[in-house]
Design a protein around this ligand. Structure first.
Ligand code: OAD
Length: 233
């Protein structure tokens, strides 16, 4: 974000962008939260009740990522970033690494990142990790116990200051493949709109109306995202 200071375009992605890569969304039919109990695997209480269970769950997801490839929607966003440079910022709620593997660089993982761990004692001690986390895995900076770099429900999402600054100044905000029910991400469209941005929604199914969204594009991410990116001026 150096030359122009703030990006012209802010993109928010959710689980829907990775669905055609074979990753489960959270709330759809057969979604993750139909199979797993949120309280057990995605809350601080669940974590401190049974750390091994939670670490094993994210170990399983991390390992599974290797069987999935980025799709045309991830690649289209990476190409758009190439074209726009610092005028582009990607904020993702996803903890997978498919955006990075498609070539995206300006990515903020506001809900954390499966490919990183952090430290129980000092959450700023983040480190890249591509293995099996155990109860013995330690923070390389201070020796504290590691934990998955996942923002549990009830915890503060990451990079909020940077994201809000970008939303305040962008000309366009587009949200892709998200059900827009989890805050604060669900509030980004009204926030950006209140500062004058055009707001666009790209999703498999779109609501009939929404006071904050100017343009709705309905369809599969792999169809609509490449087309939208190509047409973005
Ligand atoms: P959801 O599962 O809530 O929503 C996925 C959205 O993607 C839905 O609106 C679907 O209609 C849409 N969708 C599904 N397949 C699609 C496709 N092929 N193309 C385009 N859109 C498609 O996922 P999120 O909104 O990302 O948080 O969920 C937000 C947060 O809730 C997640 O980050 C996670 C979860 O609990 C944490 O784990 C902290």
């Amino acid at each position: 974000m150096s030359s122009t200071k703030f990006p012209r375009l802010v993109v928010l992605t959710g689980a829907g962008i990775s669905a055609e890569s074979g990753l489960r969304t959270f709330r759809g039919n057969d979604g993750m939260w139909e199979h797993e109990n949120i309280d057990d695997v995605c809350t601080p209480e669940g974590y401190y009740r049974d750390k091994k269970r939670v670490k094993d769950f994210y170990n399983f997801l991390r390992k599974g990522l290797k069987e999935h490839e980025p799709n045309a929607a991830h690649f289209a966003l990476a190409e758009l970033e190439e074209r726009l440079g610092d005028d582009f910022l990607l904020v993702t709620q996803n903890v997978d690494n498919l955006h990075e593997r498609a070539g995206s660089k300006r990515v903020l993982h506001m809900h954390g990142d499966l490919m990183r761990l952090t430290c129980e004692k000092n959450p700023k001690h983040e480190f890249v990790f591509d293995g099996e986390e155990t109860l013995d895995t330690r923070c390389p900076f201070c020796g504290g116990m590691s934990r998955p770099d996942i923002v549990f429900f009830g915890e503060q999402p990451l990079y909020m200051e940077e994201i809000q600054d970008a939303l305040r100044h962008c000309k366009e905000f587009v949200y892709i493949g998200t059900s827009s029910v989890v805050y604060p991400a669900a509030g980004f469209k009204s926030f950006a709109k209140s500062f004058g941005a055009k707001v666009t929604c790209l999703n498999l199914e779109v609501p009939t109306s929404d006071p904050y969204t100017d343009v709705f594009v309905e369809g599969k991410a792999t169809d609509i995202v490449p087309k939208w990116c190509k047409e973005f001026k």
